[in-house]
Structure formats: C-alpha cells, structure tokens
Design a binder for this molecule. Sequence first.
Ligand SMILES: [Zn+2]
Length: 420
Amino acid sequence: MTGLSHNLAGPLAQQIFDDVRAMSPDTAGVSRPAYSEVETAVLDYLSDVALAHGLRVEEDAAKNRWFSLPEHAGAERYAVIGSHVDSVPEGGNFDGLAGVVTGLLVLIGARQTGRRLREPVKVLALRGEESAWFGSCYLGSKALTGLMGPGDLAALHKGDGRTLSDHMAALGIDIQPIAAGRPLIDTSRISQYLELHIEQGPLLVQRAIPAAIVTGIRGNFRFRAIRCIGEGGHSGAVPRAYRHDPVLAMADLLTRLDDSWLHILQTGGDLVLTSGVVGTDPARHAIARIADEITFSLDIRSQSAEILDHMRAYLREEMDEITRIRGVRFETGPEIPAAPAMMDATVVEGLMAAMPRIGQEPFSMASGAGHDAAIFAQAGVPSAMVFVRNRNGSHNPHEAMDLDDFLVGTSIISAYLEEE
Ligand SMILES: [Zn+2]
C-alpha cells in the first residue's frame, strides 16, 4: 500500500484548516494579506505543528518557511512541495494553504509510518503569492529565485499605499539581494517542485473527478489601472459631437476586446479577459456630469504566448483607434506580465503513474490561474501540480474542497515520492 494513511492524515489536516481559518477571519471568508503579521502568525502556527511532529523548521532570507525531516535538513539535493499561505481579501481558506498542508502531511506520514521517501523532501510555505495586495503576484517565490523585478518592489499596497519593499523591510527582510535579482537559494539543488492546489474552475466538479495532474499554467498580462482621459462637461448641455466621454470610450474598448475574445474561442484559441475594477472618481463626478476620466483594470490570460502577444498588439491598435475617433487618451501605466509555464513532462508522467497506485484513473488538465509553480518552472526547476476538486471557484469565501478529495490529491504526491 502506497500513499497516505487517511486515518492519520484526515484529522490533522482538518485541525490545521480549522485553526488557520480561525486565525484569519474577515467580514466574509478569510484575509491573510501578503507580508503581514497575519501571514507571519500562520507561518508560526504551521512551524509549531511541524515541530510538534518532529520536523525541522527553517526560514530563508525572504522569510518564507521550510519544513523537513530532521535527517534531510542538510540534504545536498531535494524535492520541494510548496504553496502559499496568503489569501486574497475575504478569500477562501484552502487556496494556497492546502498545498502547504499536503507537504506537512507527506513528511509527517513518512515519519509516522516509516515509509521511505525516494529522495529528501522539503516543504516550502511561501508568502505573498496573491496579486490582490500589491498588484503583482508570486512575490515569495520570485524573491527566492531572483526573479523579482524593480516594478514588483516599488508596487504599492492596496490598503496603506506603502511599497512592497517597505513591507518586506518591516518584516526584517534584506531587500538588497532581492533588488539585485540574486537568487536566495541554489535552485540547481532542487530536483523538482510539486504543488497541490484547489482547482479554481469547474472542470473537476463537472467531470466528477477528485484530483488531476496539471500540464501547464496560463500566462497573463495585466494593467492595474488604465486611465482613460477625456473632457468633463454638463450631461445635458454638450451635444454628442462635442463630447470626449472616457466612460463610453472604455465601454467601446471592452466591447471590441470581447468581440475579439469570442473570435479567438471560435477558432480554437485559449483566452480569458477581465476588467474587474472600474470607476470614475465619485468625489469629482456626478450623475449630471460627463466624467473627465475613468480608471479600469485589465487582466488578459492565455496558455499561448502567441495569443497573448496578439492581444497585446490588438489592445494597442484599438486604443489608438478609439483615441482618434473619440478624442480621448489612454494611459495604461506599467504592464504586469507573467509568461505561460509548461509543467515538466517527466514529473507529470510520474504523478500520472502514481494515480492508479492509489486507486484513481489518471487525468490531466491545464491550469487557468497562475501559481508559484510557474516561477519555479521559469527558474529551471522541473515542476508539476496536482489540482483538487473544489466547488464555487476561489478568491471568494465560498470555495469548498472536501477533505476526502484533498486526501486523494495528497496521496498522489505522497505515493509519487515514496519508494515503491
Ligand atoms: Zn493560490
């Protein structure tokens, strides 16, 4: 019998999920801001769990937390099971946290059952994966692998307006090596990176499958706040021909993007796009005024780098066209890009082969959302992910993962890493 002992793992996993949920409550769901004291408290709690079960705990220079079997703490080469502990504001409890709990269960299971792992394994609890706080994502893994850009460090916190750099320094993190793009760990010592995550779309629920292996991760490019600037005026007094209404200009742009999206889907391409934050300034604008400015976010994702490039060019063309027709102008601000990431074929195959060993049909799928695994893949570490069935999507308080499904996903990773 390979895999996890569900009798041992189930109650412990439930306890950890419950305890961490109780540590990070918000009006709805949970909030665990990136590089916050709540995030640190969760890492401290997980460290206590690890220590209580005889694991070793370490911290890296970006204040992410590492757990390992005592005999593997100084290993020359090792596999990593990682994910993040932060959440979006008013988010769900399992997004990120589940993957860290998986790692702990694999190590604690190996210790309690005496089953041998075929190579040393370290568990990585990352900070700052969610873009909701600083507008930029994968911060913990980027800092670790030397992939943090100057734009990331200068990004402003959505709440207090201070930079990421400031927030990191406040936790005692030395910014110098991170700003210099120096990796804080030797990634060549990592044999592979594995991440379990709840599925954030509906596929596994619809197909009635508890867990699946991920073959690739959609890339994206985003603008946090595009400004469309026109000309203000009285809503009754200015005839259409004399208007430069930025609200209609934005609506025009989004309609054109939506048409293009449909076309790409109809020709077999992969694309999603969202404008989730839209607004005129309520302090200056009014029901009877043509706004002089509107600000909106834009998030465009695809598994195909070609389609992303096409959309990037199309967006510029359409903005130019609308600028000409409507006499407005667009200021996009900096683009925040994240390249698509392919998962490692050998690791994917290994995980697929582990599924029948725990009584599951092998099943694989693409990931619509980004994950730290994309950064490890980009840093040259063979990476792969396991998705667990989850109802109601994620980034909301209603995400719902059954403990049994979680244990199936965890068992896949556990069986994969154990000696046969
Ligand atoms: Zn996540």
